[in-house]
Design a protein around this ligand. Structure first.
Ligand code: BGC
Length: 378
């Protein structure tokens, strides 16, 4: 187990977009976890939902499809509770999508769908142009996971488990995967990832939840600070070139609090926006370290992110095009941002990046925390 040391710690197109949410005020109530019916897949499988409530206004709704976060609520600076994550109350939009789900066996891209371990070359699906993305045609986001509730004095949670067979989607080794979500009274949503394999393989797990702390509009005016001096530049297919460059003076410079959209005019990717791996500063490789602090100035909502992972894919929803119809209607470009904590993209082909190889007998274990507070809370 890794030690958890740090726990304390626009409107572009006047898109008519509202995340809604209840008008209830945050009150100190007991923590609880509720199981409910979510929806049924077109193949006839019933999908369950589990709602974690911490009695302070933070709730997290999870479903067995993709071990997905379908809703998060949090109080604003006046105690008013609203949605802070994109999502739907129906299964249909989640089919073939990554939103809110656990992504694997390899989150992010692997160049040309190929990698080698020793003398063995493995071939994966090219499901993103000429590259492999987010585990392939049927990734972990499209699996129906087993769920078990957890209730302790200090937190409530759900343990999700699934398996991935040897050569499934082209990856070697039978893998067992466990993802544990917990929510505590201090508004920490903790996601713990575990995996084991019986053959040497690669693994890179993350959650693909989109946040919008305003509950309305685009995310371009959210103020972000990243614990990072470097990023990995990419080619046109979003594959790292292998360089590790300084963020100084680039659109990826969030060393001081900065608007998400501050440098978009300097970007020439299409669609424009941030979709890059940021290299996190770490105290010691296996310790929890800070990823980001995000402030939404109007509501005063703040999200702090911590992880054991070496990188984070900062993605500003550039490709959102209305195809995902959420609770409030179709999600358009920039209506949500992701901070997908993970290893760097294409690590299996970039020997100088931190390794994503997992061998039999080893335990994959990573932790990420999203903490919801408000500005000037203390
Ligand atoms: C990637 C984007 C991709 C999106 C799909 C993100 O993790 O970085 O390029 O379009 O996932 O949902």
């Amino acid at each position: 187990m890794r030690s958890v040391k740090i726990l304390t710690s626009i409107v572009l197109a006047a898109a008519v977009f509202h995340l809604g949410g209840s008008d209830a005020m945050a009150k100190d109530k007991p923590m609880k976890i509720e199981k409910s019916y979510f929806d049924t897949t077109p193949q006839g499988t019933k999908i369950d939902a589990y709602t974690l409530c911490n009695g302070q206004g933070v709730t997290v709704k999870l479903v067995t499809w993709g071990a997905t976060i379908v809703q998060i609520t949090a109080p604003d600076r006046d105690g008013k509770i609203g949605n802070v994550a994109l999502g739907s109350d129906k299964i249909a939009p989640y089919q073939g999508d990554y939103q809110g789900s656990i992504v694997g066996r390899y989150a992010n891209r692997i160049a040309k769908g190929k990698f080698s371990i020793g003398d063995n070359e493995y071939t994966l699906a090219k499901n993103n142009g000429e590259n492999h993305l987010h585990g392939g045609l049927v990734g972990f986001n499209q699996k129906i996971w087993k769920a078990k509730t957890i209730k302790r004095k200090d937190f409530v949670g759900v343990e999700f488990t699934t398996t991935s067979a040897d050569m499934e989607e082209g990856y070697p080794g039978n893998m067992t995967i466990k993802v544990v979500y917990t929510l505590d009274k201090e508004n920490n949503l903790k996601i713990e990832y575990f995996a084991k394999t019986d053959k040497t393989t690669v693994v890179n797990l993350t959650n693909h939840v989109y946040f919008n702390l305003a509950g309305t509009g685009t995310i371009l005016d959210h103020i972000v600070t990243l614990n990072a001096d470097f990023y990995t530049p990419v080619d046109e297919g979003l594959i790292p070139t292998g360089e590790i460059l300084s963020v100084k003076g680039t659109p990826f410079d969030f060393t001081k609090p900065n608007r998400i959209g501050h440098g978009f005019d300097k970007l020439n990717n299409d669609p424009k926006g941030i979709d890059h791996n940021i290299v996190l500063k770490q105290c010691a490789s296996s310790d929890m370290h800070q990823v980001a602090t995000v402030l939404e100035p109007k509501s005063g909502r703040v999200m702090e992110v911590y992880t054991t992972q070496p990188g984070v894919q900062f993605y500003t929803g550039n490709f959102l095009n209305g195809a995902f119809v959420g609770r409030e209607g179709p999600y358009q470009q920039y209506t949500g941002f992701c901070l997908e904590t993970q290893h760097y993209p294409d690590s299996p082909n970039q020997p100088h990046f931190p390794s994503t190889v997992l061998k039999p007998g080893e335990k994959y274990n990573e932790v990420t925390i999203y903490k919801f507070t408000v500005e000037n809370a203390d």
